[in-house]
Design a protein around this ligand. Structure first.
Ligand SMILES: NC(=O)c1ccc[n+]([C@@H]2O[C@H](COP(=O)([O-])OP(=O)(O)OC[C@H]3O[C@@H](n4cnc5c(N)ncnc54)[C@H](OP(=O)(O)O)[C@@H]3O)[C@@H](O)[C@H]2O)c1
Length: 330
């Protein structure tokens, strides 16, 4: 497995990581099966994946439980990135909450579900405009002092908000939406994004030696061979809320995908590996947190790190993306 050193962490993370949203189970992701997810996570570890991204809200606690069960006594061999700041009620209505008392409650629940006594990178999942960032950072610094978390990271934060947070304590990582077809996205599932990934966040991470974790690296399955134009997500699958995977907009992305698929076939690789390698190729990108639900998927994803683009391949791929610059930059 190719490794990427993060100066701010002093740690090497696997170029291919593992995203655990679908580990939240069938209530959030079509077809998710706990026993298979556990085997898939374990296979990922065998293949050298050492970074696992999760959050309490994925499956309303379920993904952390599943990850904890899969890691078992190998927990110390991996780096866990979990999150705080999205709470839910009995009806599963989600609210942003980075108040100190909420963070103190969330960490203990996460540690219990993950069956661990520390989280390596604890990320604020989304900004909470109702709470001054200094108050949230104060609570996170307390957790650090208590040994419950090792490092603080941010997700979906603008550069300005991250800079403000940094005034209260070290931030080691950013997480944001970034893939072959979404370079500077303005929205995620209809939620406006206050940052532009490629133009603002990547240079910022590189300048400061921070980790950057690109989320939805496979466009939630679109950038893989298996995705069908007829794909239907039932209302429980979180992908039913992605306007780029449904309706008229989907056709725009699906047409570009056809060109990328043809490119992948020309170079004798799979579309998923092209999408993952395009990310690995970028020095600012740390661990590509691909979701995976089967052994075949995690094996294909991990194997992306075993080859690299030639300069000719890279130029041809950039040419395809350039031809659709208006789409990939929105
Ligand atoms: N911070 C945030 O706000 C945020 C937001 C979104 C995601 N994330 C993180 O990013 C991670 C990844 O993003 P994501 O889950 O949105 O989507 P993703 O990684 O882009 O796509 C994952 C899906 O792609 C399909 N897939 C994966 N490998 C495949 C392969 N080799 N061949 C065929 N299909 C394959 C599977 O779909 P099927 O299940 O249909 O087979 C899988 O569930 C999440 O798990 C989470 O940790 C963070």
């Amino acid at each position: 497995m190719k490794m990427k050193l993060v100066p701010a962490l002093g740690l090497e993370l696997s170029a291919v990581g593992f995203g655990c949203w679908a580990a939240g189970g069938s209530i959030v992701w079509n077809g998710a099966d706990d026993a298979m997810t556990i085997r898939t996570i374990q296979r990922g570890m065998d293949l050298g994946i050492n970074f696992f991204d999760v959050a309490p809200v994925y499956g309303f606690g379920h993904a952390e439980i599943t990850l904890g069960r899969a890691l078992g006594n190998r927990r110390s061999q991996v780096i866990i990135g979990s999150k705080c700041g999205l709470r839910w009620d009995d009806a599963h209505t989600i609210v942003n909450n980075l108040r100190p008392e909420s963070i103190r409650q969330e960490i203990d629940e996460s540690l219990r579900r993950l069956q661990t006594d520390y989280i390596d990178i604890y990320q604020m999942h989304w900004p909470d405009p109702a709470t001054p960032i200094g108050e949230s950072m104060g609570a996170l610094r307390e957790l650090q002092a208590a040994g419950k978390i090792r490092h603080i990271g941010v997700s979906n934060f603008s550069r300005e908000l991250a800079d403000e947070a940094r005034g209260y304590g070290a931030i080691v990582s950013h997480q944001g939406l970034y893939n072959l077809l979404e370079h500077n996205p303005t929205h995620y599932h209809n939620i406006p994004l206050t940052y532009r990934t490629k133009d603002e966040i990547l240079p910022h991470c590189q300048e400061l030696g921070l980790a950057f974790f690109p989320y939805s690296p496979l466009f939630q399955g679109l950038l893989t061979e298996q995705f069908k134009a007829t794909n239907q997500f039932d209302s429980q699958d979180v992908r039913s809320a992605n306007p780029k995977l449904n309706g008229a907009l989907f056709q725009v992305y699906y047409a570009i995908r056809a060109e990328l698929l043809a490119f992948a076939q020309r170079i004798g690789k799979t579309l998923a590996q092209v999408a993952i390698n395009w990310l690995i190729d970028q020095p600012a990108v740390t661990s590509v947190i691909c979701g995976a639900q089967t052994l075949a998927q995690v094996e294909e994803n991990a194997a992306s790190a075993s080859w690299s683009f030639t300069s000719e391949m890279r130029a041809e791929l950039e040419q395809i993306l350039q031809a659709h610059a208006d789409v990939v930059n929105s």
